[in-house]
Design a protein around this ligand. Structure first.
Ligand SMILES: Nc1ncnc2c1ncn2[C@@H]1O[C@H](COP(=O)(O)OP(=O)(O)OP(=O)(O)O)[C@@H](O)[C@H]1O
Ligand SMILES: [Mg+2]
Length: 373
């Protein structure tokens, strides 16, 4: 670590105070966010990373055993004990994705049929669409709070898997619009006004649900909204601030992708959407890139090189495996070239596909080394 070249990621991100990692599901957004934060902290900055649903082992590596709602500092001694030295400060917190409608239903519905019925219900659909961004909302609200109320040099925000970056980024506006609207007021008012709002039929459907399934969906939904209203207290006037922050020159969106076709396509789509919404794309990070196996040699040459140590049969097998990696590496290279051309940005940052999952601080430091190479 420690390279200070202006051409590296460190230089490219200079002056940025908010880094938002976006990308398709499973490409490594959470890993990249944490590694970026660690790498920047290693280089002397005071960094907070807001992760979303990190894998259990990664969460515990970051000392995130419980949801606290506030970032906590990762002890330098804890880092040093795992062989990771940092000059700055690393703070981390996680947000949970539990507060989504479908999960409430899944949790409450006693059986599959009840679940399906509720999910297909028109009232349910309408409400859940309106607040689809509630999880995103809390992430963005948190980002804003950290930005306004703390003195971090950099805040790194992980995002939930999303095909539509704007769904995520527009969540505050959408939800606020809904909460400010009459619909919710009526809905929250006691005395069964839901019937007037949605028509008797649907209220009746809920009543029947309640009787058959024992799930008081309406009660549950209004509790849900009340809890959201709590989350949103005082957030209304800050919405403009959030929108401005997301478009500020201090904010950069890092598009994370793997070299697979579908995620790469989504990366292009995300970049277009960000641009259309006036949000500046920052860097393209291609994670899990396959490394070449044979490194320019022929299968026979490599087999010969290995023969002394492995014996002829095994050496041939290993060489042919390595040749398979070359095929993958070539395919990755093509996808990456295409991506660079269609995004016409700077050179993408490549992170190799590591042999092991990234679950601890040392693993993150390894990813950081590639990011900041
Ligand atoms: N470069 C890499 N080499 C090997 N494994 C990796 C690499 N990057 C990430 N992984 C592993 O891939 C899995 C998915 O990574 P991660 O959770 O960061 O993806 P994500 O984009 O946040 O997923 P989701 O969209 O579900 O939130 C994890 O098990 C992680 O350890
Ligand atoms: Mg994730």
């Amino acid at each position: 670590m420690g390279a200070k070249s202006e051409h590296g990621l460190r230089g490219r991100l200079r002056g940025k105070r908010v880094l938002v990692c976006v990308g398709a599901g499973g490409v490594g957004k959470t890993t990249t966010s944490a590694a970026l934060a660690l790498g920047l902290a290693a280089r002397g900055q005071k960094v907070a990373v807001v992760t979303i649903d990190p894998a259990k082992r990664l969460a515990s590596a970051l000392g995130l055993e419980e949801l606290s709602g506030e970032p906590h500092r990762i002890d330098s001694a804890r880092l040093a004990a795992q062989g990771v030295e940092i000059e700055g400060e690393l703070w981390a917190m996680m947000l949970d994705a539990k507060r989504t409608f479908d999960e409430i239903v899944t949790r409450l519905a006693p059986d599959e049929r009840a679940r399906e019925e509720i999910l297909a219900n028109p009232v349910y659909t309408e409400l859940s669409t309106a607040v689809a961004g509630s999880h995103e909302l809390s992430a963005i609200a948190k980002l804003y709070e950290l930005y306004e109320e703390h003195d971090f040099d950099v805040i790194v925000l992980d995002t939930p898997p999303s095909r539509n970056a704007l769904d995520f980024l527009n969540a505050p506006n959408r939800l606020l619009g809904f909460l400010d609207g009459r619909a919710l007021q009526v809905f929250l008012a006691p005395g069964g006004l839901t019937a007037r709002l949605f028509g008797r039929g649907t209220a009746l459907i809920f009543a029947i649900f309640a009787r058959i399934t024992g799930v008081d969906m309406l009660g549950e939904l209004s509790r849900f909204f009340r809890s959201l209203t709590g989350v949103l207290d005082g957030f209304g006037e800050r919405t403009r601030g959030v929108a401005a922050l997301l478009r500020s020159p201090h904010t950069a969106f890092l598009i994370v992708t793997s070299p697979e076709l579908e995620p790469a396509r989504e990366a292009v789509f995300l970049a277009e959407q960000l641009a259309a919404a006036g949000m500046a794309g920052g860097e393209l990070i291609v994670n899990r890139v396959n490394r070449e196996g044979l490194r320019g040699r022929s299968v026979q040459e490599v087999a010969q090189l290995l023969e002394g140590e492995l014996g002829a049969a095994l050496a041939a097998k290993v060489a042919s495996n390595l040749a398979d990696f070359d095929v993958l590496a070539r395919r990755d290279r093509e996808t990456i070239d295409r991506l660079s051309r269609s995004l016409s940005e700077r050179e993408p940052i490549l992170v190799p596909h590591l042999d092991e999952e990234v679950q601890d601080l040392l693993g993150l430091a390894g990813i950081a080394d590639h990011l900041f190479a």
